[in-house]
Design a protein around this ligand. Structure first.
Ligand SMILES: *[C@@H]1O[C@H](CO)[C@@H](O)[C@H](O)[C@H]1NC(C)=O
Ligand SMILES: *[C@@H]1O[C@H](CO)[C@@H](O)[C@H](O)[C@H]1NC(C)=O
Ligand SMILES: *[C@@H]1O[C@H](CO)[C@@H](O)[C@H](O)[C@H]1NC(C)=O
Ligand SMILES: *[C@@H]1O[C@H](CO)[C@@H](O)[C@H](O)[C@H]1NC(C)=O
Ligand SMILES: *[C@@H]1O[C@H](CO)[C@@H](O)[C@H](O)[C@H]1NC(C)=O
Ligand SMILES: *[C@@H]1O[C@H](CO)[C@@H](O)[C@H](O)[C@H]1NC(C)=O
Ligand SMILES: *[C@@H]1O[C@H](CO)[C@@H](O)[C@H](O)[C@H]1NC(C)=O
Ligand SMILES: *[C@@H]1O[C@H](CO)[C@@H](O)[C@H](O)[C@H]1NC(C)=O
Ligand SMILES: *[C@@H]1O[C@H](CO)[C@@H](O)[C@H](O)[C@H]1NC(C)=O
Ligand SMILES: *[C@@H]1O[C@H](CO)[C@@H](O)[C@H](O)[C@H]1NC(C)=O
Ligand SMILES: *[C@@H]1O[C@H](CO)[C@@H](O)[C@H](O)[C@H]1NC(C)=O
Ligand SMILES: [Cu+2]
Length: 600
């Protein structure tokens, strides 16, 4: 069905797309590429070129930045393997004292998982935790034909029981920057995460890849302790970390992460927001960014002094070391307002050090904030001139007005538990997700059982080539200030952000305001405060795909739904049932605290 529907269309669109993209490409590259004139590299083996610092659009073997990677991706036949050992331990990243954490390979963040576009990744996860299960999700990875490797306990797998292992295997059909993290309740909030880099072409040139800058908020107590099922608002972070490092808030202990640059060269920085509850406004003093990706999607480059990175989002940026040799602050400011709650909002920093300068703490000053919405709590895509995908996917606009599906986002209930604690749940379409770790949805699919409990909050994806979803934040119980933005993340797909508006109720009249002309495409987008977000995705990947808020506590409180897409075509590996029976042997029914926690 996939091929029948898309092939003829693709053939005719490809020619016109190449022509129109070429024009845009010429315009943008003259303004942003360093001294080299770049032209569109056709997706054509006869004219292919080599990926070098001055030709990053190239890849090879008939693949380039112009490849429509939904339809066509390399298979190198190469398998890259990693082993992740998860342990329960302590960590003191900034000298202020040990915190209880769970680490991968005894480091924070976990090791960078790196592969080339078209490679297969094979990652063995050993769960050494004495009492927690786990499951690792590869954020943003499409998992084409491998939904059972998506790593979501209770949906695509049974958790990995303590003292046992599992090996995930999947194909890197996309390229760029991402991260992997535990999807077992709020476990990533205590350290179970790390960056992913998949090398591929890029829309602008650079000399050196400085690699991931993993940004996070950091707390006094563990995320488990902080789980607000029994409280209204998440706690305040006391600081944040860049690649697991920072000085203490009083500046007396700990160290900044530093990266060294050489005058005259261009550097790629891979910004990843791995927070539990905070967005960041990121900048490097004196060095404007050229932004080249949003999540796993290459974009027409644009320049910016600072960029907004919501939880789960990634932006890859290029800086040019063309300033007076010295030391410059890399800043991950936690914006004011509902987007973050950090006691050290301007103290989350790293250092960019010129190689021929003496190392010292920088004395550089931040970009002027006048008129730049520096404190905003909205996606980069708030400005329609930004985040324009390099590859135009031609979102059709005919179906939306006929059949948009409305999904409310808000509180489900505010009541009390048996021990009189306040209990609070977030819901999509008025139901809070609560998975069954002992019976994941793929088990229902395997059995052909369609009697999903209501708490699975399952939506059958319509059998149409494209689907459209209106997420509307609704008013919440009286007296509870719940109008806040939520970073919405979808598994198994990139979605197209057709529109978003703060403090607004969507009606069908607004369909005319939506953007169908090469709209921003990514896997995580902000649902604005008291407003709406309209998303579209193509039904081209059989699976059970969760869509959830990426504030760890919100998803633990139920802010999630799952899309079941063409279940009769889902492939399930033979190891699935064995992992489930190992888990069920470990986990007695109705034990531990999960009851009210969504489990993901
Ligand atoms: C981790 O270690 C702490 C301290 O020893 C203990 O209280 C806790 O139960 C352990 N957690 C897990 C998940 O094993
Ligand atoms: C997981 O570990 C945390 C931290 O040790 C603990 O509080 C929690 O009860 C554990 N959860 C389960 C279901 O074992
Ligand atoms: C800079 O980073 C390098 C590599 O991580 C580290 O070895 C060095 O100690 C750091 N220098 C300072 C002054 O923090
Ligand atoms: C550092 O190197 C650049 C490029 O070679 C040169 O222009 C600059 O003067 C040097 N600065 C110092 C402090 O040596
Ligand atoms: C990460 O995203 C969250 C929520 O969108 C936001 O509050 C936080 O400031 C972001 N952090 C960074 C470093 O971008
Ligand atoms: C340095 O490079 C940036 C682009 O990264 C450019 O906007 C700026 O004009 C350059 N500055 C100098 C002094 O060349
Ligand atoms: C700054 O650059 C110099 C020269 O490469 C290097 O020796 C020094 O370690 C760098 N400083 C840091 C903190 O990395
Ligand atoms: C959108 O970005 C463009 C280009 O950077 C800028 O000129 C314009 O002022 C921005 N619009 C808003 C509403 O910030
Ligand atoms: C929302 O929930 C209602 C009631 O459970 C259901 O009938 C409806 O189909 C759901 N909406 C979508 C878009 O699935
Ligand atoms: C809950 O509150 C009620 C009324 O205040 C009280 O009678 C009851 O003992 C409380 N239960 C618990 C478990 O604290
Ligand atoms: C389908 O699943 C439900 C919920 O787990 C279960 O009660 C029912 O027995 C299952 N039906 C079949 C035919 O297996
Ligand atoms: Cu949320």
């Amino acid at each position: 069905m996939h091929l029948l529907r898309t092939l003829p269309l693709f053939a005719s669109l490809a020619a016109s797309a190449a022509a129109s993209v070429a024009v845009k490409r010429q315009a943008s590259s003259t303004s942003s590429a360093a001294g080299s004139s770049t032209t569109l590299i056709p997706d054509d083996p006869d004219t292919e070129c080599t990926n070098t610092p001055s030709s990053r659009q190239c890849w090879g073997n008939g693949f380039s930045i112009a490849t429509d990677f939904d339809q066509k991706f390399p298979d190198t036949g190469k398998t890259v393997t990693y082993t992740l050992d998860i342990t329960n331990t302590t960590l003191d990243p900034d000298g202020t004292g040990d915190r209880l954490v769970m680490l991968i390979n005894n480091q924070y963040p976990g090791p960078v998982i790196e592969a080339d576009w078209g490679d297969w990744l094979e990652v063995t996860v050993n769960n050494h935790l004495p009492e927690n299960g786990t499951g690792i999700h590869w954020h943003g990875i499409r998992q084409y034909e491998t939904c059972d490797q998506d790593g979501v306990p209770g949906i695509t797998e049974c958790p990995i029981a303590p003292g046992t292992s599992r090996t995930y295997r999947f194909h890197c059909t996309q390229y760029g920057t991402s991260w992997y993290h535990s999807h077992w309740s709020v476990q990533y909030g205590v350290g179970v995460l790390g960056p992913i880099v998949i090398n591929g072409p890029a829309t602008d040139n650079y000399d050196v890849d400085l690699g991931p800058f993993a940004l996070t908020d950091w707390y006094d107590e563990t995320a488990f302790y902080n789980n607000p099922l029994s409280r209204i608002a998440p706690p305040q972070a006391y600081t944040g970390l860049v690649n697991g490092m920072n000085v203490s808030p009083d500046g007396t202990k700990g160290k900044y992460f530093n990266a060294t640059v050489q005058s005259g060269k261009r550097y790629r920085l891979r910004l990843i927001n791995t927070s539990v509850d905070s967005a960041f406004m990121v900048s490097v003093d004196n060095h404007p960014f050229t932004v080249i990706t949003s999540d796993f999607v290459p974009i027409i480059p644009y320049s910016a002094e600072r960029v907004f990175v919501g939880i789960g989002q990634r932006l890859d940026v290029i800086i040019e070391a063309n300033q007076t040799a010295g030391n410059y602050w890399f800043r991950a400011d936690a914006p004011a307002g509902a987007c973050s709650n950090n006691a050290n909002p301007h103290g989350i920093r790293a250092i960019i050090n010129y190689s021929n300068a003496t190392f010292a703490n920088p004395i550089s000053t931040a970009w002027d904030t006048t008129g730049d919405n520096a404190d905003r709590c909205t996606d980069e895509s708030f400005n329609s001139t930004k985040l324009e995908p390099y590859w135009d996917s031609f979102v059709p606009d005919d179906a939306l007005t006929a059949s948009p599906a409305f999904l409310s986002v808000g509180a489900q209930e505010a009541g009390v538990t048996s021990n009189n604690a306040t209990i609070f749940r977030w819901a999509i379409n008025t139901t809070a997700l609560n998975v069954d770790w002992n019976k994941p949805i793929l088990e229902y699919v395997q059995e052909g059982n369609t009697s999903y409990p209501e708490s699975e909050n399952l939506i059958n994806v319509p059998d149409t080539p494209w689907t459209y979803w209106v997420l509307q934040e609704i008013s919440t119980p009286a007296g509870v200030p719940l109008d806040i933005p939520h970073p919405i993340h979808l598994h198994g797909h990139d979605f197209y952000v057709l529109g978003a508006k703060e403090s607004s109720v969507y009606t069908n009249d607004q369909a005319s305001e939506l953007n169908f002309k090469n709209p921003p495409r990514r896997d995580t987008a902000m649902l604005p405060t008291a407003g709406w977000l309209v998303l579209a995705f193509e039904t081209n990947n059989p699976g059970a795909w969760i869509m959830h808020c990426h504030i760890a506590w919100h998803v633990a409180d139920g802010l999630a739904t799952q899309f079941l897409e063409t279940p009769d075509q889902i492939k399930i590996d033979s190891s699935f049932n064995e992992i489930c029976s190992t888990w069920r042997d470990f986990y007695p029914e109705d034990s531990y605290w999960k009851k009210d926690d969504s489990g993901v």
